[in-house]
Write a protein that binds this ligand. Structure first.
Ligand code: ZN
Length: 314
């Protein structure tokens, strides 16, 4: 009986151990499950926070892009107004732009100028000048350069050392003085023709009708400013031969020129070399020979010659 009881007790021990171990294992399982659940929650929270941070970063990036665009727009707007309010015609014909002028020179000379050529009269004038070794200035008209003959005479002007200045392409007052743009358009045409025919880029010009005339009242100040900004010098005159007057006698032209030159220390003399001006050619030898005898010196204009210009009307 005792032995039996002892035997039963012996069998109970492993059972107890197993049960205890099982209980411990179950407890550990519960602890681990809890820990895992907690970590899972924490991980999910972290994930959520990360998602929110990414979203926020994207929003900040978008704001930065918007700001950058706004800034670029402002810069662009500033650029277009910055060059002291650039005017549209200032960007036209960029080839019509000379090196800045260093300054003017002023000499007591006689500057003979002939407008409206070339023509057959130009050839005769060139002969008279060549005989006396005098250089002059020719303000030419583009519409006279269409013919081979006109181009040939233009080349002769350049080859013989005279100055070629721009007068106009069309000589139509109403159209060329309609606006600064219209003037530039006309100017560019004759400028290009002269350059193509002679290889010389004109640097001086004379406004048809003079710088202040009955057609350019609305624009002359703006126009003169624009042409000077581009570096071109323009020349009016202080002595007029008055050869534009119809049927003027050669003797009157001669008298006008000589008395006019005698009145000034330096003279810019207006004459014409258009087809009908025979009396100008007839007057020229007398004008030159008298003034040469009186000691006057002649020179062609260049862009550094101090201009004679009309005063702005008050
Ligand atoms: Zn003219």
């Amino acid at each position: 009986m005792h032995a039996q009881t002892r035997q039963k007790k012996k069998n109970l021990l492993p059972m107890f151990v197993i049960t205890a171990l099982a209980a411990a294992a179950a407890g550990l399982c519960i602890v681990l499950w809890h820990a895992r659940a907690e970590m899972q929650t924490e991980l999910e929270t972290c994930q959520q926070q990360l998602d929110e941070a990414i979203l926020e970063a994207q929003q900040v990036r978008q704001e930065l892009t918007d700001l950058q665009q706004e800034y670029d727009k402002l810069l662009k707007a500033q650029d277009s107004t910055e060059p002291s309010g650039e005017i549209a015609y200032q960007t036209l014909y960029p080839e019509l732009m000379l090196e800045p002028l260093k300054g003017y020179t002023q000499e007591n000379k006689v500057y003979l100028t002939f407008d409206d050529g070339p023509s057959e009269r130009t050839v005769e004038i060139l002969d008279v000048l060549a005989q006396r070794n005098i250089k002059a200035t020719f303000f030419v008209v583009g519409s006279n350069l269409k013919s081979e003959r006109g181009q040939e005479i233009l080349r002769r002007i350049a080859e013989e050392g005279h100055t070629i200045g721009i007068h106009t392409d069309s000589h139509q007052y109403r159209s060329i003085y309609a606006s600064v743009e219209a003037y530039l358009e006309d100017f560019e045409k004759v400028f290009r023709k002269v350059y193509e025919i002679t290889g010389v880029k004109p640097e001086i010009f004379r406004f048809p009708g003079g710088s202040v005339n009955g057609y350019n009242g609305a624009i002359y100040q703006e126009l003169i400013a624009e042409m000077m900004r581009r570096g071109f010098s323009y020349y009016d005159w202080n002595v007029s031969s008055a050869d534009a007057t119809g049927n003027i006698a050669a003797s009157t032209i001669e008298k006008n020129c000589i008395s006019g030159v005698r009145s000034y220390r330096r003279s810019i003399v207006l004459m014409h070399d258009s087809g009908a001006k025979n009396s100008t050619v007839q007057a020229l030898p007398g004008v030159l020979d008298t003034l040469i005898a009186e000691g006057y010196e002649f020179a062609p204009l260049n862009r550094e010659t101090m201009p004679v210009t009309f005063a702005y009307p008050s």
